[in-house]
Design a protein around this ligand. Structure first.
Ligand code: S3P
Length: 421
């Protein structure tokens, strides 16, 4: 699929579930691989990113046995014989560096054109302090990176960026380090790793922005992965923006470090609500509901809540174009090192559709209301940009044509089938 045209719709009324959470699927696959016995991961996300993690773990000797509704996973890692390919997935590359560096293996990780441009020293630096050694392009800033793992020691480390991938890499390495490992981040990023490690028997202490972990081997477990709130976000936004719409998404992960987008919509005045119904491996799960809201107002997003809605920022800019007044996103330089430079890709594509949006060095300003009229645009080979542009098309006046929309398969393989249904 090289091009798709999304026509405006009169309304968007759906009750649906979304694909399983990407972050939790990566973590469940990795922790099953080092647990004390056979695990079951139910309803894993089988998108391209998560399949990259699965293939890398298989190359390290992990057995994935397909069963009704998921996989039985038999752990036990061995040194991979060939280069591990993380594809487009930063989570795969960074978390695997942490997971594998505690073993006496030599391994090399690479990725696709986009991933090979993304910063890696943020994980290489703390893992080196723990005792692993790395070599790679640009002083191990860029993939491919080679690592010699082995005996690690626990460290106390303050991360420069609020990144769950960095925090998680350090904690995964900490499972096999001598002594305690402490990570402190400048702002709270998604906390799935620490929740899971605790639920699987780890001695994990969380105090504000600081996580402390003692070495341990996770219990074997059975886990049904809940729906991804970042995927639900597209339908929630469609409901809010298109007159007469109403969407209910069931079985969604409602971890507080993942729902800032829904909270921000509420702050803009949108009719969005959610309710927790159960807990799975320490993670709250429930239902999200959204309705068309004729009046929205602009808001300011700064560095405190950016990490908990980092993947939803392109979509937030689209919503902001329907709102009265200015929406300002600042201190958001991290957006430039995602699958695409999401400041420049969001700004250039929304501009092409007629939105009044301006690029800042570390963010953007949207002046509304200036909703998308329509036109041709490009996904920048970034799944989140492709899906945001599709919602823009549904809510536009004249429809939107997207070049290279197939990148949705990174996190939401049947996105366009759901949209058409
Ligand atoms: C993820 C963390 C985020 C996010 C990515 C998934 C994770 O990256 O953008 O899609 O699963 O830990 P950073 O933590 O590097 O911001």
């Amino acid at each position: 699929m090289e091009r798709i045209r999304i026509e405006p719709v009169k309304n968007f009324v759906r009750r649906l579930s979304v694909p399983s959470d990407k972050s939790l699927t990566h973590r469940a696959f990795m922790l099953a691989s080092v647990s004390s016995g056979r695990c079951f991961v139910g309803r894993p996300l089988l998108s391209r990113d998560c399949l990259s993690t699965k293939a890398c773990l298989e190359a390290c000797g992990v057995g994935f046995e397909k069963a009704e509704g998921g996989f039985f996973i038999k752990g036990g890692l061995r040194e991979p014989e060939d280069v591990l390919d993380a594809g487009n997935s930063g989570t795969t590359a960074r978390l695997l560096m942490g997971l594998l560096s505690g073993y006496p293996f030599f391994f090399v990780i690479t990725g696709d054109e986009s991933l090979r441009k993304r910063p890696m020293r943020r994980v290489v630096e703390p893992l080196s302090l723990m005792g692993a050694s790395f070599m790679g392009r640009n002083d191990a800033e860029r993939l491919p990176i080679a690592c010699r793992g082995g005996k690690l020691r626990g460290i106390s480390y303050k991360t420069k960026v609020a990144s769950a991938q960095v925090k998680s890499a350090i904690l995964l390495a900490g499972m096999r380090a001598e002594g305690a490992t402490v990570v402190e981040e400048p702002f709270k990023s998604r906390d799935h790793t620490e929740r899971m490690l605790k639920a699987l028997g780890g001695d994990v202490e969380v105090k504000g922005l600081r996580v402390k972990l003692k070495p341990f081997v996770p219990f074997s477990f059975s886990f049904e992965v809940p729906g991804d709130p970042s995927s639900a976000a597209y339908w929630v936004a469609a409901a809010v923006l298109i007159p007469g719409s109403h969407v209910v998404v069931e079985g969604v992960l409602l971890n507080p470090t993942r729902i800032s987008f829904f909270e921000a919509l509420r702050e803009m005045g949108a009719d969005v609500s959610w309710e927790i119904e159960e807990e799975r491996l320490g993670e709250p799960v429930g239902v999200v509901e959204a309705r068309y809201t004729p009046y929205l107002k602009g808001i300011v997003i700064g560095k405190e809540r950016l990490p908990s809605m980092i993947d939803e920022m392109p979509l937030l800019c689209l919503v902001a174009s329907f709102a009265e007044g200015e929406t300002v996103v600042k201190d958001a330089g991290e957006l430039r090192v995602k699958e695409s430079d999401r400041i420049s890709s969001t700004v250039s594509e929304l501009k092409r559709l007629g939105v009044d949006i301006e690029e800042l060095s570390d963010g953007m300003v949207v002046r509304g209301p200036s909703p998308p009229k329509g036109g041709r645009c490009f996904s920048h080979r970034d799944h989140r940009i492709a899906m945001m542009l599709a919602v823009a098309g549904l809510a536009s006046r004249e429809g939107v044509e997207i070049e290279e929309p197939q990148w949705v398969s990174i996190s939401y393989p049947d996105f366009f089938e759901v949209l058409e249904g």
